[in-house]
Design a protein around this ligand. Structure first.
Ligand code: DQQ
Length: 523
């Protein structure tokens, strides 16, 4: 019992009980952040989906409200599925969402607040003209869902995208409307990528190439790039790509075809799916929500009475230094939770050893660490390894000349449970170092039926930069970011020992590494 209670998070978003999946229609309105979400009010497994609803002043502390929409019409009786919010210039709020109809056809619907003077937007009206869209000819009625936030074009019309597939080519259809009453399917598609399967929860938004702030969904121009994201039904991960949107032609083109949607970058290399951004007009930032499943199996979820959570909302911006990726960073409000802090400066860790960091007993941690490497050591690195990837390596057990080095979190004193989050550097035959950022969950729990992946990705590290990481620990949840958010991982580590809270610095066979600087804070 104690063990089950320990797993629930303190500062991540979770409904009080039962099943949750995708974030829906996030928005900021009259001083409140709103999150809606796919919710099963009856059980801790997927099914009977309605829209859960909660509000917050700070994206951290939430007030749970009654379901915003339930499955009560023929066009959504099999599920009030995922959708997005659009704020119109005249103050109206439009919610577009998918319904699974009485014969399980996927149709698009519209809803709006019953009372715009209510900042909590408690009551919602389903548009009497629903459904507004049926699957178009050539599209399977079960492959047509998850409308995006609409954006306004130079011609004054609104457009929004809907994910689908043709054979195994993932596609994004675009509809245009003047008044959200009549809609026209545009010719062609926004984008298509062969062999990526059904695109769920498409997201499409601008990022500034020059400014630090986020942008309203309707912005376009010479200093703007557009991010296209799809959640791949076939491999359950969220892939994004950066490119340009040609509004006139109605198409988006990736900057680098090798990094196209579904074959290139992921937001997160742990469990992170069905994500969605919104523009926070109050703080002029774009905020990303993503759904996290834990490593538990269904039987354990039923025992717990709840399943899954939302990742810490992250601000997303274009990485102006690399030009190849986004930067994702926990919203600044998280920092207000830091109550006690411990600093460890200029620590030297012996090769092949672990150094305990005494953070006291804490179930919530916000860890910031920096590692420095002698540049000469990097140049002298002679380990050529073209093959290394986090996922195919033997995790934190695999030793190289420059790695792994990082932190062990959620570690018990005897190391029987531990989750290493670490860097590993290899050198390719072209002579250039490649840095990997990995999480090794293979020993995260003594339970033998939880997921135990080793996963991660490469992360750009520019010359002269330190190796930096940030890890949020929230009971059984670990969220890790490298190099200011160029890449990240998210893990839900379930059913281990309760009250494991240790943090240890890990340094493996690495005389070349000399300094670790770390500041941490425990809450
Ligand atoms: N979840 C919703 C769908 C969406 C899927 C149903 C993605 O609208 O495609 O719960 O997780």
């Amino acid at each position: 019992e104690k063990q089950l209670a320990w797993q629930r998070t303190a500062f991540h978003f979770q409904p009080p009980q039962n099943w949750m999946n995708d974030p829906n229609g996030p928005l900021f309105y009259k001083g409140w952040y709103h999150i809606f979400y796919q919710y099963n009010p009856n059980a801790a497994v997927w099914g009977d989906i309605v829209w859960g609803h909660a509000v917050s002043r700070d994206l951290i502390k939430w007030l749970h409200l009654p379901a915003a929409m339930i499955a009560d019409r023929w066009y959504d009786i099999n599920g009030v599925w995922t959708g997005s919010a659009t704020l119109l210039p005249d103050g109206q709020i439009i919610m577009l969402y998918s319904g699974s109809s009485n014969d399980s056809t996927q149709v698009q619907n519209l809803a709006y607040p019953a009372d715009l003077s209510d900042p909590l937007l408690i009551n919602w009206i389903k548009y009497p003209g629903n459904p507004i869209l049926l699957p178009p000819p050539g599209i399977d009625p079960k492959d047509f869902r998850d409308p995006t936030t609409a954006w306004n074009t130079a011609g004054g019309k609104w457009r929004f995208a809907i994910g689908s597939k043709m054979n195994r080519t993932g596609i994004s259809l675009v509809y245009e409307t003047q008044d959200f009453k009549s809609f026209k399917l545009l010719d062609g598609v926004l984008h298509a990528v062969p062999a990526t399967g059904m695109w769920e929860c498409v997201d499409f938004y601008p990022v500034s190439m020059t400014e630090p702030n986020g942008m309203d969904t309707s912005v376009n121009g010479p200093h703007v790039k557009h991010v296209l994201k799809a959640s791949l039904d076939e491999d359950r991960n969220d892939y994004y790509a950066i490119g340009r949107y040609d509004e006139e032609k109605g198409i988006w083109v990736p900057d680098n075809p090798e990094n196209d949607v579904g074959i290139g970058l992921r937001y997160d290399y742990g469990k992170f799916y069905a994500s969605k951004t919104f523009y926070d007009q109050e703080k002029r930032r774009r905020v990303l929500w993503g759904w996290i499943t834990e490593s538990d199996n269904e039987a354990a979820d039923i025992r717990k009475g709840w399943a899954s959570l939302q990742a810490i909302p992250r601000t997303v911006v274009y990485d102006q230094k690399t030009g190849t990726n986004l930067l994702q960073w926990p919203v600044e409000e998280v920092e207000s939770l830091r109550t006690r802090s411990k600093n460890f400066i200029n620590i030297t860790v012996q090769a092949g050893s672990f150094l305990p960091l005494d953070v006291g007993s804490a179930t919530e941690l916000d860890i910031i660490a920096e590692f420095e490497i002698d540049l000469e050591a990097l140049d002298k690195l002679s380990d050529f390894d073209e093959e290394y990837t986090c996922g195919t390596s033997s995790g934190a057990n695999q030793r190289g000349a420059l790695g792994p080095f990082g932190l062990l979190v959620l570690a018990t004193d005897d190391f029987s449970e531990q989750t290493p989050v670490y860097f590993y550097i290899t050198k390719g035959s072209d002579g250039n170092p490649r840095t990997f950022f990995c999480t090794d969950a293979s020993r995260s729990s003594i339970a033998d039926d939880v997921m135990d992946d080793i996963s991660g990705s490469t992360v750009p590290v520019l010359r002269g930069e330190k190796f930096s990481l940030r890890i949020l620990v929230d009971h059984s949840i670990i969220e890790a970011f490298a190099q200011g958010g160029r890449t990240g991982h998210h893990y839900g580590i379930n059913r281990g020992m309760a009250n494991k809270s240790g943090v240890k610095v890990m340094m493996d066979r690495n005389d070349l590494l000399h300094t670790l600087m770390m500041t941490g804070s425990s809450t």
